[in-house]
Design a protein around this ligand. Structure first.
Ligand SMILES: [Zn+2]
Length: 95
């Protein structure tokens, strides 16, 4: 993934109204299956990001991605910071 793709993917992950199946064969209560909407594995979903922060963070990531793409640098948001935030969000259990 390019840095811009990472920032857009993180924004999508933040905006998804995740729904994890807990009924076999798709998943269990102890090991939910991947999201019915975006397919992210349970372990990689942004459970620890407060709901009220998700949309503003997604908007900021998209703006940072756009800035990265156009190289039309502005002071805020900074594209470089956006990549770091996106990687942290996408990192999930691997982060
Ligand atoms: Zn989802």
């Amino acid at each position: 993934m390019t840095p811009v793709e990472e920032m857009r993917a993180a924004a999508r992950l933040l905006r998804c109204d995740h729904s994890f199946p807990v009924q076999p064969p798709l998943g269990t209560l102890w090991e939910p299956g991947p999201c019915n909407h975006c397919r992210v594995p349970w372990a990689d979903a942004p459970h620890d990001i407060p709901e009220r922060l998700r949309e503003p963070l997604a908007v900021w990531l998209e703006a940072a991605g756009k800035e990265f793409l156009t190289a039309d640098w502005t002071d805020c948001p900074t594209a470089a910071a956006g990549v770091g935030v996106a990687r942290t969000i996408l990192g999930g259990s691997r982060g």
